[in-house]
Write a protein of this length. Structure first.
Length: 124
């Protein structure tokens, strides 16, 4: 049965991208957090430093369906709130009950309860 899932991503603005290009990923906690999330699927730094942004809500049946819609559409199932890239490793997806999962290299990993609460609190 379809439900609304919330997608959280680390959004890098143009100024931060320019800084990263100039000084490298170690120049800012947000860029380090994104690199850790993308390369290792480790979202702890990003969650602890409030680097994640609620970028969209997607109507889908399950996490696999969210991944498909977030990458392939259809666009009418996505309500965007901020700049959003395709769903990939390190992104966080919350279901309608507030259970968060991290997109992993293969499938999804449930977010630890303490981090789950931090994500939802920051989004409120």
């Amino acid at each position: 049965m379809p439900q609304i899932f919330t997608v959280y991503q680390i959004v890098l603005d143009d100024d931060l991208v320019d800084l990263i290009n100039k000084e490298g990923f170690d120049c800012h906690v947000k860029s380090k957090a994104r690199l850790e999330a993308m390369m290792k699927g480790d979202v702890r730094l990003g969650v602890q430093h409030d680097c994640y942004t609620k970028v969209a809500e997607i109507v889908a049946d399950n996490l696999d369906h969210v991944f498909h819609v977030g990458n392939m559409g259809p666009e009418d199932r996505i309500e965007r709130f901020d700049q959003m890239h395709s769903i990939s490793v390190g992104d966080i997806i919350a279901d309608a009950d507030g259970n968060c999962s991290v997109v992993a290299k293969f499938g999804f990993t449930p977010l630890a309860q303490s981090l789950n609460e931090m994500v939802l609190k920051a989004a409120a």
